[in-house]
Design a protein around this ligand. Structure first.
Ligand code: FAD
Length: 420
């Protein structure tokens, strides 16, 4: 039948992790996972593919091996929500009914926001580690560049893994330095924002690398157009008074990251917030108007860093709260906004940035988190793929026990778990 205790939209990091977390708690749950892709991607590894440290195949696995059994995999894409009927609509018109719903289809890269970019990606020295097919091209370009101007861009927030645009810079510049060509390569980091990293404590250690690589740091520079064949890029630059001006830069190498937004079926649904993200209470990850709908991962509106690391802490919170809703209990498990980003600053060293809501530092290890370390590099370059595939996706909740409050932080909403 097309009826589930829990229906999960998306079998990415969040969908697989929360499904595994639920099954660990109650293996008898009838769970459906709607996911159109035959492959599952370990996206945090793409930075390392772009740096020649990982191969492509280390970052992908067949979806069939990732969706935890005995959950049922529904090979389809969701196109709409009917939350009053506790039903979702699939692309072929089929409908699936649920008692509780978890929305985690990730986000979409908005390439068309930058004129000319899509046409030149993968050619003319233009690349992006945000696309698996292009990450090997990044590495090829880095190895071939001996002189000229290399530009790395970062769009307006929010984006997934806010550190990834600058990681591409550090890993490339580190290679050029070690090859002895950095003096002939002019590196520029152009960000639409006005800080290097959103959590101020991590800026000084990162600035040491900006200086070491002699990178020109350009704030409030938003990439709007690219002409790959001409090797030109245009930015809208905003000054302190808010005045805007369009400027042109020529490049020999361009690592571009596009703006990002929720998938259209979420953005245009009644479940979205004003910016299009799937609206949730930031602590319980429950939708504020539909008490049997939750969201986690990149699509949710919580203001945490959009990372797989965040999913590690969100999945058990959502699992606990789903069980509560199914049992008609109050929703009391809360998420602290944890997110993390191992900022690889050179081959062999990384700054392990771990923080929660409000930029509060939440280090896992009893070591000064502001120091670039070999241990953090080892974590990223050796252990993380298996932590991801063998722990996160399998519901092995390593240091991720959710906090459960004495009282529900929100009044229950009218719509609760329906009974069939
Ligand atoms: P995803 O993992 O993207 O999965 C979404 C899934 O939903 C996909 O399988 C998709 O096919 C499916 N889907 C989409 N539309 C539909 C639909 N209509 N119906 C059904 N299913 C649908 N995180 C870190 O923690 N550390 C890092 O160092 C790091 N580095 C990164 C570097 C790069 C270059 C990138 C791109 C990301 C990085 N991330 C990092 C971020 C991390 O990959 C994401 O935060 C994480 O994958 C989010 O999980 P998710 O399940 O929300 O989305």
């Amino acid at each position: 039948s097309n009826r589930y205790d829990v229906l999960v939209i998306g079998g990415g990091a969040a969908g697989c992790a929360v499904t595994a977390s639920l099954l660990k708690r109650d293996a008898s749950l009838r769970i459906g996972v709607v996911e159109p892709s035959e492959q599952h991607y370990y996206q945090p590894g793409w930075t390392m593919v772009g740096a020649g440290v990982f191969t492509r195949s280390q970052t992908e696995r067949p979806m069939a091996q990732c969706i935890p059994e005995p959950a049922q995999w529904i090979r389809a894409a969701v196109t709409g929500f009917l939350p009053e009927q506790n039903t979702v609509v699939l692309e072929d018109g089929r409908q699936l009914a649920y008692r509780t719903l978890i929305v985690c289809p990730g986000l979409k890269l908005h390439w068309d926001a930058i004129k000319g970019l899509r046409e030149t990606l993968g050619k003319n020295g233009v690349t992006s580690n945000y696309v698996l097919e292009l990450a090997p091209y990044t590495w090829q370009l880095v190895q071939n560049l001996r002189k000229g101007r290399a530009i790395f861009t970062q769009p307006p927030m929010p984006i997934k893994c806010a550190g990834a645009p600058q990681k591409a810079l550090y890993m490339s510049a580190d290679w050029w330095l070690k090859e002895g060509v950095l003096a002939a390569v002019e590196t520029e980091f152009c960000t639409a924002g006005n800080v290097l990293f959103g959590v101020a404590d991590f800026v000084p250690p990162l600035m040491q690398y900006i200086d070491k690589y002699q990178t020109q740091l350009n704030f409030q520079h938003n990439l709007v157009e690219v002409d790959g064949e001409a090797g030109k890029a245009w930015f809208v630059v905003t000054d302190a008074e808010g005045n805007q001006q369009r400027i042109e830069k020529s490049f020999d190498f361009l690592h571009a990251v596009p703006p990002q937004r929720a998938p259209r079926f979420v953005r245009e649904s009644v479940l979205a917030d004003k910016d299009g993200w799937l609206e949730v209470h930031h602590d319980t990850l429950c939708h504020p108007r539909f008490g049997n709908i939750f969201a986690l991962g990149d699509v949710c509106s919580a203001p945490n860093a959009k990372t797989a690391a965040a999913v590690r802490k969100q999945a058990p919170v959502v699992a606990e709260n789903i069980l509560a809703v199914l049992a008609k209990r109050e929703v009391r498990a809360v998420y602290d906004g944890y997110g993390a980003c191992p900022l690889v600053v050179e081959r062999g060293k990384a700054v392990l940035a771990e923080f929660g809501y409000g930029g509060k530092l939440l280090p896992t290890f009893p070591l000064d988190p502001l120091v670039p370390r070999r241990l953090a590099w080892q974590l990223k370059a050796r252990w993380m793929p298996s932590i991801y595939f063998d722990m996160l996706l399998k519901g092995r909740e390593w240091l991720a026990k959710p906090s459960v409050l004495d009282h529900a932080p929100h009044r229950p909403t009218a719509v609760q778990a329906c009974d069939f």
